[in-house]
Design a protein around this ligand. Structure first.
Ligand code: HH2
Length: 265
């Protein structure tokens, strides 16, 4: 088994393909499986190390979809990509992860960090999959209603440390796990900025860190009007603070920027 830090060298780009009608930035764009699969192939050709396929929007206020609906959305895309494109499955549901892994996904990206479905940890443990554990305060429906922390970096790190121990106790080897502060998931603009500035607090847990700042509303709130440029700047900043995997929508722009940023490292 290749440890996650060997499979995803720093920096690596994860391209986002949301097979949803309602995702906050690309909702509807990839709802047709042929279009979604073509977008995934383009992302890998542009230098993405992996493509994150998701069938449930987690945007603020969203309510979630049924297992059947999520499978109906993602399975046709995964079938088209199987054996051809490296895939991550963005899901909190064991049944969706299981099907995704059968169809060749190599990473399970769970925004609930194994809290939503008690069977998901076992599905990951019984496979050879990588796992991303993300921090979220509350649920997508409520998370942006006045999020508060005394010390956001310390509290997110404590949460991820506990979730990492849980995953390992459930049989997922630590070398297969990465951690994610969950930009925008129950955080204000200042919380999101501080999490990146103080990424060392998360890195102290000894696992690679994934950051997803791409097209998130904090960028607009900072005054940005071009979300691609703004996302690239945030990704380069996160990389500079130690992030390994950058989850992005505009793959080519990020790959170029990170290639150059790396040359200065
Ligand atoms: N952000 C989103 C979804 N999944 N997974 C990880 N690990 N980290 C993130 O920051 C993250 C994530 C939300 O972004 P997007 O997929 O563009 O939108 P939506 O949830 O509306 O589909």
């Amino acid at each position: 088994m290749i440890p996650i830090e060997k499979r995803f060298l720093r920096p690596s780009v994860m391209g986002v393909v949301n097979v949803t009608p309602d995702s906050f930035s690309d909702g509807g764009v990839h709802f047709d499986p042929d279009i979604a699969a073509a977008a995934a192939r383009r992302m890998v050709a542009a230098g993405a190390a992996i493509v994150d396929v998701g069938g449930e929007s987690t945007r603020p206020g969203s309510a979630g979809v049924s297992t059947d609906e999520e499978l109906r959305r993602v399975v046709p895309v995964l079938e088209r990509l199987a054996g051809e494109v490296p895939v991550s499955i963005d899901t909190s549901k064991a049944a969706v992860a299981r099907r995704g892994l059968e169809l060749g996904a190599e990473l399970v990206n769970d925004v609930t960090a194994l809290r939503a479905d008690p069977e998901l940890a076992g599905v990951v443990a019984d496979s050879s999959s990588y796992l991303c554990l993300m921090h979220m305060l509350g649920t997508p429906r409520t998370m942006q209603e006045d999020p508060r922390y005394d010390d956001v970096a310390a509290e997110v790190a404590a949460f991820l440390e506990e979730r990492l121990s849980f995953a390992v106790a459930q049989g997922v080897p630590e070398e297969r796990i990465c951690l994610d502060p969950g930009i925008g998931f129950g955080k204000t603009v200042e919380h999101n900025l501080e999490l990146v500035r103080r990424l060392d607090v998360l890195l102290a847990l000894g696992r690679p860190v994934l950051v997803g700042f791409s097209r998130k509303s904090t960028l607009r709130r900072l005054g940005a009007t071009d979300l691609t440029s703004a996302s690239v700047a945030a990704a380069v900043a996160a990389y500079g603070h130690g992030a390994t995997i950058l989850r992005v929508h505009d793959v080519a722009a990020h790959v170029d920027a990170l290639t150059v940023a790396k040359a200065f490292a």
